[in-house]
Design a protein around this ligand. Structure first.
Ligand code: TXA
Ligand code: MG
Length: 342
């Protein structure tokens, strides 16, 4: 299959191109598109033959549920039993935006989309191209991150092409994604609000509205046990080909030097905070982000993992960062990408 690539300027949406992409989705084709988090691989969630192709193209296990994207809350009402009050409050604050809410499904969207569970995740993205496409097609579009299963999520059209060329029909290039980590996934059961996956809508932000919000157990842990609530979490994720070594605690530079010396490594790269660069004189160092601007770590994370592979780096030492605000999402991804912690 030939993969077409079209460019759309987010500031001047070319409606003819949106119509073309929308037409593809209506015909059951796969279209990758930018969102404010990462690129998504979209298909019509009501078309069994279409969304089955997503699992095939990505090599994704069928019990890993897909998130459904829509343009309005009214659309969600067509596919869920109810929208609880707590969900409405979260929606009013954070949609359109980098948040996915999990609802009881009414069964209209086939269960195969959401891993044969009873619940289904929805998101209204805040990106002009994604929004225009969802509005134009008026379809519920299921869209996982547009990467091969197990590899880092794509934050540019090039990343999508690297993974899915000749496996999907169309890629819309809308430039780099703003946040660079996937949406915050929140489950609401009765009065309990639980963050299943941290993201740019942070624990602190949700706590301001609901002080009793919980983080799913295991979120900060490294175990591979199967969490009941999020089937997706049991799979290995975000792993580049390079061996990722997460560097923790004090004296990180000594730990790294020691590792390099004792293992006789010469093909490596260190990713660390801009403020720490001074500690790594004479070592291969690249800026991961700045402590003044935590979002920068999230924005650069997947891009740096992928570029390390492009440059055939064998060992990637990555400094841990604080788990405040979006730092929690970054550390959650790093813990799952790592091979070793020192
Ligand atoms: O930012 C994002 O969320 C991106 C963009 C494209 O919207 N999408 C994304 O999808 O990251 P994906 O498939 O890579 O990750 C979705 C994860 C699943 O692995 C699962 O952990 C959780 O969201 N999830 C989705 N539906 C769920 C459900 N019904 N119950 C529990 N967890 C669910
Ligand atoms: Mg993904």
């Amino acid at each position: 299959m030939k993969t077409e690539l079209i460019k759309i300027d987010s500031n001047h949406i070319n409606i003819d191109m949106i119509k073309k992409a929308s037409h593809y989705l209506n015909k059951g084709k796969l279209v990758a598109f930018p969102t404010e988090t990462v690129y998504g691989l979209g298909a019509n969630a009501l078309d069994l033959e279409a969304f089955k192709q997503i699992f095939i193209a990505k090599g994704r296990p069928s019990d890993n549920p897909l998130i459904v994207h829509v343009a309005t809350i009214e659309q969600i009402l067509r596919y869920v039993k109810e929208i609880p009050k707590t969900a409405r409050i979260l929606a009013n604050h954070f949609w359109p935006g980098p948040m996915t809410l999990i609802f009881e499904s009414n069964g209209i969207i086939p269960k195969e989309v959401y891993g044969n569970l009873d619940k289904i995740g929805f998101r209204i993205p805040n990106h002009p191209i994604a929004f225009a496409l969802l509005k134009e097609s008026d379809l519920p579009i299921c869209a996982p991150s547009a990467n091969l299963s197990g590899s880092p999520s794509p934050t540019s059209a090039k990343h999508v092409l690297d993974d899915l060329n000749e496996k999907i029909d169309l890629i819309i290039d809308g430039g780099e994604c703003k946040y660079g980590v996937e949406s915050t996934v929140i489950d609401i059961s009765n009065e309990d609000i639980t963050i299943l996956r941290p993201g740019a809508i942070t624990l602190e932000m949700v706590k301001e509205l609901f002080p009793n919000v919980k983080l799913m157990e295991h979120l900060n842990e490294t175990s591979n046990e199967t969490p009941v609530l999020t089937p997706g979490l049991k799979y290995k994720h975000y792993s580049p080909k390079a061996k990722v070594i997460l560097v923790t605690g004090k004296n990180k530079e000594f730990k790294i030097k020691n590792y390099i010396d004792t293992s006789h490594i010469n093909n490596y790269l260190i990713l660390g905070a801009k403020e720490n660069q001074k500690f790594y004189k004479d070592l291969n160092f690249k800026e991961f982000g700045s402590k003044d601007h935590l979002e920068s770590f999230a924005h650069n994370l997947f891009k740096l993992l992928r570029s390390a592979d492009d440059n055939s780096v064998e060992y990637l030492f990555i400094e841990e960062i604080d788990i405040d605000e979006i730092g929690l999402a970054v550390m959650n991804r790093l813990l799952r990408a790592k091979s070793e912690i020192i």
